[in-house]
Design a protein around this ligand. Structure first.
Ligand code: DGT
Ligand code: CA
Ligand code: CA
Ligand code: ZN
Length: 583
């Protein structure tokens, strides 16, 4: 079980306990613990084994007991205790916009609502409007909320929101008198999903109305939620919310820092400032005098905020309160890998299986990006939906790659495969063919609901085969659609470490697999990373930026990422390690 699962179980317990009317302090403690755990890089399972749970800030004996319960059973005794009166389906009900624990309780007690379906039925039958302080409008809002919940479950993969942010900035920067415009929030931190978009504009007060007008008149806006002098919130056509704030230029840096977050990073910075006799807010940095007066000292630039609290500027991707402030203090911030550091892409498909282009077209796309090498890695035969290759077809493709290398200049095309890891951990290709390839990616594409032990053993067996160079999309998740399969990521990474096998960060933006936290774990355990696009057409090569963002969020530096090596031969040597020495 991963830390995020424990965090979710804790906050769900808190929600259910709130409906049941349990002690508010207990509930608060559970929520705080959930938040802390989400940002933890160490695995709770290992910490529990070592008896170290209580070394986590905010985790006392009571919470530690609950964490152990969750690790063992998936839930806490609190949930069992309230279960007779509070059905679990209410968790979903509370995720509907405008429905919190209080409303959920009312809906349950008075209308017998137990889940999303019964809420919808009650609202459609016009029963919700009759409740105390509800009314017809609220009922409508709930129905809308249910629909929205179903289509998007509240959060969007960042790549779906990103283009809107870019276009919004263009519009806003075009308004006369606007000095600067940037997006902030989770999108700027390069989080994999975003709840809403936060956009910041620096402009004089007199210009603010024109700025707001530029937003609400944009044809991508479907609904204006709130319009004010300094803040306007809208819904965009794809359902996502955008918050626009206008601040004076002298506050822009402080506001950018504040609205970039994360919340827990902000709190830590603010506490630090306080200890130094300063106050940091979205309006600037202030010195607090003995008499309690505040004197503004800076805030036009984001770097001001960090400088005043004695720190170097911290890249937004690191601002999750996962140790970045301590690292900055010690001068130990990582020099994060950059998009420009990437020199090749070694996971892509062609028409031979489920890709849309030829070997030459994919190689040309790599050359256009300035890459020194690409690897063609089509599917193996058991993946019949993708018309996977048998050994004969693969041998023929290898010959075609040799021919392409003979005529194409400026880029080396590696021979590769994305070979299926079969249910028992065997590889879906003859080992003598695999041994002749440059790049062997092993991926799980089938039987994804295997129990955790079986899945872990399966992947570890593939890693131990001595034939695999990279584990492809190691947890199998699809953001917003499919959760990771049950697998012990730590054991997988450990096996990769002892066999010199690399792990992929699949840059496909709804995969981002490994995730930031797991990529960091790999780095810590000495496993090299390959950032790959898994391209199925030439344009997909551009998706590499999402993989780089994930790597940066995982604190990775250039030397942690193999495909930052420029020379094709040097890359292969580093990829193979002792496995294919002498080739
Ligand atoms: P999201 O939208 O859920 O993907 O995540 P964020 O981080 O974009 O969160 P959002 O949009 O609620 O707020 C943007 C930033 O504003 C957030 O990262 C930090 C700052 N912020 C918002 N509310 C608070 C707060 O109550 N306390 C502090 N310290 N910062 C806040
Ligand atoms: Ca946001
Ligand atoms: Ca927001
Ligand atoms: Zn795959």
């Amino acid at each position: 079980m991963e830390n995020v699962d424990v965090a979710r179980a804790l906050s769900e317990a808190a929600d259910l306990m709130e409906i049941a009317g349990e002690n508010a302090f207990k509930i608060r403690a559970l929520r705080n613990a959930a938040q802390t755990i989400e940002g933890l890089t160490e695995r709770l399972e290992s910490m529990a084994e070592a008896g170290a749970l209580q070394s986590i800030p905010g985790v006392g004996e009571g919470i530690a007991t609950r964490i152990r319960e969750i690790l063992r059973t998936g839930s806490t005794h609190d949930v069992a205790a309230v279960a007779p009166s509070v059905p679990r389906g209410l968790l979903e009900v509370m995720r509907v916009e405008g429905v919190g624990p209080k409303t959920a309780k009312k809906l349950h007690d008075e209308l017998g609502v137990t889940d999303l379906a019964s809420l919808e039925a009650a609202a459609r039958a016009g029963k919700v409007r009759g409740l105390d302080r509800m009314g017809e409008k609220k009922e409508e809002k709930i129905l809308k909320g249910i629909e929205a919940f179903r289509t998007r479950s509240g959060r969007y993969p960042a790549y779906q929101a990103y283009p809107y942010a870019i276009t919004a900035l263009e519009r806003l920067r075009a308004v006369r008198g606007v000095a600067r415009a940037e997006f902030a929030g989770s999108l700027r931190r390069c989080a994999e999903t975003v709840g809403d978009l936060d956009v910041l504009v620096a402009a004089p007060d007199a210009i603010a109305p024109a700025v707001m007008a530029a937003l609400v008149e944009w044809d991508s806006v479907s609904e204006v939620i709130a319009r004010g002098d300094t803040k306007t919130s809208v819904h965009l056509r794809n359902g996502i919310q955008m918050d626009l704030r206008v601040v004076p230029e002298e506050s822009f840096g402080a506001a950018l820092h504040y609205f970039t977050g994360s919340k827990t990073h902000n709190v830590a910075i603010r506490d630090r400032a306080k200890r130094m006799g300063l106050k940091v807010s979205e309006w600037g940095v202030f010195r607090v005098t003995k008499s309690g007066e505040e004197e503004r000292i800076s805030g036009a630039e984001e770097a001001d905020v960090f400088r005043e609290v004695g720190l170097p500027w911290i890249p937004p991707e690191l601002r999750e309160n996962r140790g970045e402030i301590e690292a900055a203090e010690k001068g130990a911030l990582p020099t994060l890998v950059d998009l420009g550091d990437v020199r090749g892409d070694v996971h892509m498909h062609t028409r031979e299986t489920d890709g849309a282009a030829t070997i030459e077209e994919m190689a040309a796309a790599g050359r256009e990006r300035g890459y020194r090498y690409v690897a063609i890695t089509d599917h193996s035969q058991s993946l019949t939906v993708a018309r996977g290759m048998d050994a004969t077809r693969l041998r023929a493709q290898m010959a075609a790659i040799d021919a392409a290398n003979a005529t194409s200049h400026g880029i080396r095309i590696f021979k590769g495969i994305e070979v299926d890891v079969l249910g028992d951990g065997a590889l879906d290709m003859d080992s003598d063919v695999l041994a002749d390839l440059d790049v062997v990616i092993a991926s799980v594409h089938s039987k994804m609901s295997q129990p955790r032990e079986e899945m872990t053993h399966r992947v570890v067996r593939a890693i131990e085969s001595g034939l695999v160079d990279v584990v492809g999309h190691p947890t199998g998740r699809i953001i917003g659609r499919r959760s990771a399969f049950e697998v012990d990521v730590e054991r997988m990474i450990k096996a990769a470490a002892s066999h010199g096998v690399a792990m992929e960060i699949n840059a496909y933006p709804d995969r981002l697999d490994l995730s930031d936290v797991h990529a960091h774990m790999a780095k810590e355990m000495g496993v090299k990373i390959v950032i790959s696009t898994d391209s199925h057409s030439p344009r997909h090569l551009d998706l590499v930026r999402w993989g780089v963002s994930t790597a940066r969020r995982g604190w990775l530096e250039k030397q942690d990422v193999l495909n930052t090596i420029a020379e094709p031969a040097a890359f292969l040597k580093a990829l193979h390690g002792p496995r294919k020495r002498g080739r």
